[in-house]
Design a protein around this ligand. Structure first.
Ligand code: ZN
Length: 183
């Protein structure tokens, strides 16, 4: 059994606003008691994360799926700094241009991801159809992946309600991409 994750990846956060946006989101989640204020050893990649708060059930589609509460890995971890948020081992079906939506599946995305990690300004892809050059992080991936320097990874939580993600977007004033997968 792998561990399931839902990552709420925040689009277009500059290095300067990173700390502030993260704090606004965490304060909101703690105030609403969606996560617990006290951190613990409950995440996979990082050391410590925030466990489910007493109101966790309000933000998920199927609150009856509460077995994750007994799992050791049920926390929310914060990823700050450039990260490739990936779904799982499935291959891409499409890599869509943000300007014209054309599928650029044949691009060398592995190389572009590495370039983006070392210098995001150097990782542009020129669309095969419209010829416009955009950062690889602005392309849309299916299955959903995301390249960003801020994300909140929830381990083994039941599926989130769309209304929860919509509200969090309003609170932080940024677009969120939901990346789901197993690790
Ligand atoms: Zn295009």
């Amino acid at each position: 059994m792998g561990n399931w994750h839902q990552s709420l990846v925040v689009r277009r956060v500059s290095d300067e606003e990173l700390g502030k946006v993260a704090d606004v989101a965490i304060n909101y989640l703690i105030e609403r008691k969606i996560i617990h204020a006290k951190q613990g050893d409950n995440v996979l990649r990082g050391d410590i994360g925030y466990g489910p708060g007493q109101n966790w059930a309000f933000v998920v589609e199927y609150p009856e799926e509460n077995h994750f509460l007994r799992s050791l890995t049920n926390g929310m971890e914060i990823c700050k700094g450039r990260t490739v948020f990936y779904a799982d081992g499935r291959e891409f079906e499409s890599i869509s241009c943000p300007s014209c939506n054309a599928n650029n599946l044949e691009c060398d995305w592995g190389e572009l991801f590495s370039q983006w990690l070392s210098d995001p300004n150097s990782a542009n892809l020129k669309c095969i159809k419209c010829g416009i050059s955009n950062s690889i992080s602005d392309y849309e991936f299916e299955p959903k992946w995301a390249l960003s320097n801020l994300g909140f990874v929830f381990w083994n939580w039941p599926m989130f309600k769309k209304s929860f993600i919509d509200e969090l977007e309003k609170v932080i004033g940024k677009t969120i991409i939901l990346v789901e997968g197993k690790l």
